[in-house]
Design a protein around this ligand. Structure first.
Ligand code: AMP
Ligand code: ZN
Length: 116
């Protein structure tokens, strides 16, 4: 999608602080971190949100979730983390390219976050 911010990050047209990449996903630091560790993990393929998944998108989503712990540990959250996937209007999703927030840090993240 040519006008999608995160597709432009995948294509290298917009810079990002990349922390992990493989054939079907990319992880980079959130530009406005809510916690000491705050990484966004996205599929390289444009998927708008959890509300618009195709049947064959389940595989990449599973691989993304399976990668989250290693990313969190490497970024400084060795004892767990939280994943958040804001979805659509009610979920207050701001960027319409599916992304998994990985939030953590050496200390507990606190109660459910108000806004990420
Ligand atoms: P959401 O509200 O779930 O759609 O989250 C969008 C996230 O993208 C926010 O946490 C923003 O801080 C983050 N963000 C927006 N633009 C960039 C960017 N260019 N690089 C890294 N993170 C970004
Ligand atoms: Zn996109």
């Amino acid at each position: 999608m040519s006008d999608c911010l995160f597709c432009k990050i995948v294509e290298g047209k917009i810079p990002s602080a990349k922390v992990y990449e493989d054939d079907d996903m990319l992880a980079f630091k959130d530009i406005a971190p809510a916690r000491p560790v705050h990484v966004l993990l996205i599929p390289k393929k444009h998927i708008t949100s959890l509300a618009t998944l195709a049947a064959d998108d389940a595989g990449v989503l599973g691989r993304m979730l399976a990668r989250a712990n290693a990313i969190a540990v490497e970024q400084g959250s060795p004892d767990g983390f939280r994943v958040i996937i804001n979805t659509g209007r009610v979920g207050q999703q701001e960027v319409p390219h599916l992304h998994i927030h990985i939030v953590g840090g050496p200390e507990p993240v606190g109660p459910m976050l108000k806004r990420i």
